[in-house]
Design a binder for this molecule. Structure first.
Ligand SMILES: Nc1ncnc2c1ncn2[C@@H]1O[C@H](COP(=O)(O)OP(=O)(O)OP(=O)(O)O)[C@@H](O)[C@H]1O
Ligand SMILES: [Mg+2]
Length: 385
């Protein structure tokens, strides 16, 4: 598990150390740096995928570096990435942009890239890795098949979705917009979800599809899904049925465009959580998007279940239901209090201030900063006044 991410000169952050846990919630005002934290992981991953993250050798043209524009994130060029009020190193003339990770075992990985305003690949100036890296490297969840990153902007209801064997099956990746989810679901429908926290008690069977259906029924009772190929094309399709069990005859099935928006939008979140395994790293932006309040709370239950299955989840959220659902998971013993980290980000004019309320065993929070999910109380006060 990664227990801390450190960012220097990285977009909204001049310098920040952010503690991470099996379930980390990044909350706070709009434009306060939450997605930026997730983007730092995505930047490392896409740079790694391009084969350049390790290399500090060679001519500057050939040298590895941070790949700013890739499949996962499009960060622009160096001048977009460099924090506007950057800190200078003591030895370098150019500022460095640094992402550091610390693992539970105390191992530290640090990548520092040299600033170049117009470039979209920033050459690595310094890399610090644990000495036994070669074995660890290949196993690190961030660089393996056990990585998922779902952005706020995800797939919407459509008549077809891509069928990329390389992404969905080869890499096991749902896509940063969840665009490979339907193909992943089609391919893995009959896999067995291992015994444990992720198995839904109401599911018809232990297969991946039945488990996805059971969790989707938390959002919409009675719904079921099918993911099938469209013969003769490079596409797959999703269909929904209502009021029965999976596998209803096709005449009573509905295409996603004729079903509400929220189900399709939430599907990648449900599938990503159900891929959780020991050592998985799952980054989610706004799992609550387009869901009714109870559904948002149930997404928190699923996130807790994924953590209990051994995954690490870092979740950006604006939902008090996701927060409360996480606290409830602690209170009910489904998630350890010490396995949570809740951060409240707020811009203070000069940068990002991070307040970290601690969850107690009974689900209470050690502090309730001004502006932290207090709008319901404020509104109620006015209504009752
Ligand atoms: N190079 C930079 N230097 C300083 N600040 C930057 C830089 N690039 C972006 N920012 C700031 O980062 C913030 C955007 O952060 P981010 O996208 O992480 O927000 P967020 O907390 O995820 O917001 P939302 O809740 O709307 O998703 C903005 O305030 C923007 O001004
Ligand atoms: Mg964001």
């Amino acid at each position: 598990m990664i227990d801390q991410v450190s960012l220097t000169n990285f977009k909204a952050f001049r310098s920040a150390d952010i503690r991470l846990a099996p379930v980390t919630l990044l909350t706070g005002l709009n434009s306060s740096g939450k997605s930026t934290v997730l983007q730092s992981f995505a930047l490392l991953r896409q740079s790694y995928d391009s084969g350049t993250l390790l290399s500090t050798d060679g001519d500057s043209d050939e040298r590895g570096g941070f790949l700013l524009d890739g499949d996962l994130v499009e960060l622009g060029t160096g001048q977009d990435l460099l924090h506007e009020d950057f800190v200078r190193g003591e030895t370098e003339t150019d500022p460095l942009i640094t992402v550091g990770l610390r693992t539970e075992g105390g191992q530290v990985y640090t990548w520092s890239a040299r600033y170049a305003p117009e470039q979209d690949v920033l050459p690595l100036a310094r890399v610090v890795l644990p000495s036994d890296l070669p074995e660890l490297w290949a196993q690190a969840p961030l660089f393996s098949r056990r990585f998922q990153y779902l952005k706020a902007d995800r797939i919407v209801p459509a008549t077809s979705y891509p069928r990329s064997h390389h992404q969905a099956i080869g890499r096991g990746f749902l896509g940063s917009r969840g665009e490979h989810t339907v193909n992943f679901l089609r391919y893995h429908a009959q896999d067995i979800v291992p015994d444990g926290s992720l198995r839904h008690p109401e599911a018809r069977a232990h297969t991946f599809l039945d488990q996805v259906v059971a969790w989707m029924q938390e959002l919409c009772p009675g719904v079921n899904l099918e993911a099938t190929e469209i013969p003769g094309t490079d596409s797959v399709q999703l269909s929904y049925g209502f009021g029965g069990t999976a596998g209803l005859d096709s005449s009573s099935r509905r295409r996603p465009t004729n079903v509400g928006f929220g189900l399709t939008y939430a599907l990648p979140i449900v599938v990503a959580c159900l891929t959780a395994a020991p050592g998985s790293l799952i980054l989610l932006e706004n799992p609550e998007a387009h869901l009714h309040p109870r559904g948002q709370a149930r997404m928190a239950a699923l996130i807790a279940a994924a953590a209990a299955a051994g995954a690490q989840l870092i979740v950006e959220t604006h939902s008090d239901h996701v927060l409360d659902g996480t606290r409830l998971a602690v209170k009910q013993g489904r998630l350890k209090a010490s396995d949570t980290a809740i951060h409240y980000f707020r811009g203070n004019g000069a940068g990002v201030e991070i307040v970290t309320p601690v969850v107690g065993e009974d689900g209470t929070l050690s502090e309730w900063p001004e502006g932290f999910f207090d709008e319901t109380d404020h509104t109620l006060d006015q209504l009752l006044d």
